[in-house]
Unconditional design. Structure first.
Lengths: 545, 545
């Protein structure tokens, strides 16, 4: 039996485009003599469809795609994920399902049993869990289908679940397993995934074909990395990360035979690749093709520019330097050097005259009150306004350059440097930004050395440094990580040896900045706990602040 | 037996404040000779605590409050909602529980069984559902406790659930029911609630004491309306809406005897009261006391100003008129008349000079390109910037005045008129805005008649009218309501008789504005489907657009 796996980039709700992608994969599979082609979880509508699932019309349109695929299934089995209506009155209205279409009929229908409802996942909001399991037969082979999370409760060791779907099916002696996934990237997940798949294969002693999707869905990034494991527990082949892929395997060759094995892992490179894909897909799926961003001469905007140029092409990225009276000459020089190294266009618009007119306009109302954060924020907001004017005039989409450390403690101006259609670095801590910059510079100096080496500064008042308002990033970032990623409380973090005053100050800053993050742009997610829908905090909460 | 119910306004995570509120209610109950006092769902930590529940430290602090309450329970039973740790390894880490504390011991512990996981609710994200049920005895009376949603699957008629907790307990012959709720307001819910409670009482034939919380938690508004039903199915008494309340009842007097019965319902007044409470509580809980808003002379900003003055006092609300070259003189006059009628302070800052400097600054880069939406948005953003400058300088919080019709179709400028700490009207359709304005003017003309009667306009170019870009609100609003509240698809709405082209145009506008709403301020929720966490849509989704 020959099995094709198609790792595709779906667009949520874009049914025609999704169908066309799958149609050409079916054609390719047929040409390669495949008996079966497998697509990923909820492939027909894209993942995560969120509350679109509450529209009967959306479910109808999904089923139309299933029917169109069904018509293509003469002599080739098509396995594809789609939402289906739960025929029972009791329970949620839908199942998260996998169809097996063969000879223009539905040969088999499987539903997902383990429904993730944590972090960015809300599957219990929509889906009823499956409670009965069976395998199906195709051309003399017996096949067990699971959907994504279904293989993550092996031996019932995952405390979140009480069912292990493969345990229910193994008695029917399947010849191999198919898993349809929509498993998003984070910089730890790709390794965990192989471990879990291997453990499944070792437990059941049969091969597994694991089919993931790829591509950015605004904030949520899917890395692909679909994989085939032989019955012996060896990784036969892992498909590419961050791009579409297609491959066909002979069932009898995936066990024992030497495949290419797993791909090498490189956290920093993977994060860069994920961000580049995230930018590219956001633009493509939103129907845009040009980006603009403010270039301050600092490392964050430089890194964002480099990633944007890789994603969209340097001729589709425009940089704006907007020096204020407090900007150093060197900052503009660094920004120009960066833009030249990347080959992107730029312009320089000093904000002094707009800033001056604003101050004159406000003076009668502010009287003799001394300058304070008002005037600092004003400069940031003038920049946001100028960038948005370019965005409106030339259909540029503004990229936000805030990093995760700043976003965490609220070191940024709402409607100023927090503007943007997409926050590229807001899930990357400042200390990680340096590693990513080094990766960008691995072959030649693109990000100027001085942008990397100078002490971080917002340059909104004379001689300002980030460390005037924040602990140094080497201290800040690990505390943030314990609090945000690990969800440790103050006493647990202090017990690790951190200064109690600093810990309390940092946690207070994080919680008090909730109102800013609520209005921040969507954040490309590369960590297990990113700002956005994966982290839901009450704005008015008084906890730790 | 005498039963006290305390309808209090909790602050999420503000454990000391919550404890103090409950402590004085316990004292009052004791003085009134009560045998039992009942607080609402998750009272110790406030509802909804969201991902704070994932912090062990937060759960510990909740339990400390439970222990402090326990120490107060000599001779009086205290029934209070709190999260508790699930002792089983399998399943979610927590239960949503109700403690019965008596004589300084835990007399009984009940867990919630029906966990809402729709709209703004995410209870499956945190809680394991209860699967075993029992009543408890106090001073010779047997009592059945349920928590909020637990009474909403009467006779198993709610398709979302398969268990009916009271059915499990009624065999133990309880003398009465206690329900601890955190049931948020929407303009239909208060009536449904009485229907459900009455149906429970009729089915089980015993009285029910239903204890809700009250107060705004940023976007989510709790209306109180705690209620006592006699065994005969009559509403004995309903406590006040939108304020704290406390009452004590003799168990033997709630059935048969004539109480004050249910409160009158008035949708428009309730929405106004809810919005006033929402503004007041947001400010109080965030530690602010002064609001600013832009006064355009239009009805939306006028209504917002009137609600803010009621919430905070007119001397705590500041209005800014910011006429542009395209503003009519009449608009400023209307804004001044409104401010005078409300007794609030205001200032007028024409934006012409800042707008001029911005245009001059941009001219070298925009060349001879004709004015377009860029210059319109620029005016809106200059206003946002000036309002935020006042906000920074004087610690005003900016109130957003966008209505739900505008928010739905994206008729507003990101970082311009979409700025604000809180969106007061963004769950109120334009056609409702007129009804609310009439309510504000019920005794005297506060909102000028001309603000109400003139055709809506953004005044960002000569002779602009909303209807240049939008269908008339009388057509727009019902279509929006079918799509947003009722989740009807295009074919279903068209089948109701609406013009197909208009329907498709409106739905496309809604879906294409997702990126704006993502960055909008939190919206005071008064409808069953408000923008925010209750409506989760993919930004890059291609559905209907």
């Amino acid at each position: 039996m020959r099995i094709a796996i198609a790792q595709l980039n779906y667009h949520i709700g874009n049914f025609d485009a999704n169908f066309q992608r799958m149609e050409s994969a079916v054609q390719k599979a047929r040409q390669s003599g495949a008996d079966l082609i497998c697509f990923s979880e909820l492939a027909v509508c894209g993942y995560p469809p969120r509350d679109f699932l509450e529209f009967k019309d959306f479910i109808r349109k999904s089923m139309e795609v299933v029917n169109r695929l069904c018509a293509l299934s003469q002599d080739i089995a098509i396995v594809v994920g789609a939402p289906t209506v739960n025929p029972e009155i009791e329970g949620k209205d839908l199942f998260n399902s996998a169809f097996v279409l063969y000879n223009c009929k539905v040969l088999h229908l499987a539903h997902k049993a383990l429904l993730p409802n944590y972090d960015i996942f809300d599957e219990y909001r929509y889906f009823e869990p499956c409670r009965s399991f069976k395998t199906f037969e195709l051309k003399g082979k017996r096949i067990a289908i699971t959907i994504c999370e279904d293989i993550w409760n092996l031996g019932n060791e995952n405390p979140m679940y009480t069912i292990c779907p493969m345990d229910e099916m193994i008695g029917e002696k399947p010849d191999f397993m198919l898993n349809l996934s929509a498993s998003p990237f984070d910089h730890r997940h790709a390794a965990d995934r192989l471990t879990v798949i291997r453990a499944n294969v070792m437990r059941y002693g049969i091969p597994m074909f694991y089919v993931n999707c790829v591509g950015g869905q605004t904030d949520v990034l899917f890395d692909g990395g679909s994989v085939v494991f032989g019955a012996d527990g060896r990784c036969h082949e892992e498909l590419a990360f961050f791009e579409e892929a297609f491959a066909v395997y002979d069932l009898c060759e995936v066990s024992g035979e030497q495949g290419r094995g797993a791909l090498p892992r490189d956290e920093t490179r993977h994060i860069c690749d994920a961000l580049v894909m995230g930018i590219r897909d956001y633009f493509k799926k939103m129907g845009f093709d040009k980006a603009i961003l403010g270039l301050s001469g600092g490392i964050d905007s430089a890194l964002t520019a480099a990633l944007a140029c890789e994603a969209l092409g340097a001729d589709h990225v425009f940089g704006l330097m907007m020096p204020s009276p407090y900007s150093s000459r060197a900052s503009v020089d660094d920004a120009v050097a960066l833009a030249d190294a990347l080959g992107m266009k730029y312009a320089c618009i000093p904000i002094e005259s707009v800033f001056g007119t604003c101050n004159e306009t406000l003076r009668p109302h502010f009287g003799n009150l001394p300058p304070d954060v008002t005037e600092e924020n004003l400069q940031a907001r003038i920049r946001g306004m100028l960038l948005m004017a370019f965005s409106n005039k030339y259909a540029y989409i503004l990229l936000n350059t805030t990093n995760k450390s700043e976003m965490a403690v609220g070191y940024g101006t709402l409607y100023g440097d927090l503007c943007g259609g997409l926050a590229v670095l807001a899930d990357v801590y400042k200390t990680q930004v340096y590693r990513l910059a080094a990766h960008i510079n691995r072959e030649r100096e693109i990000i100027p050395r001085s942008s990397i080496e100078k002490p971080p500064s917002a340059e909104l008042r004379p001689n300002q440094k980030d460390t005037d308002s924040l602990p140094p990033y080497e201290l800040l970032d690990p505390v943030l990580q314990h609090y945000i990623e690990q969800r440790k409380g103050p006493s647990e973090i202090i017990a690790m040896g951190y200064d109690p005053e600093q810990v309390r100050r940092i946690l207070r800053m994080v919680n008090r900045a909730e109102f800013k993050r609520f209005q921040a742009p969507p954040v490309l997610r590369v960590s297990p706990k990113s700002f956005g829908l994966g982290r839901r905090m009450p704005i008015e909460g008084k906890y730790l602040c």
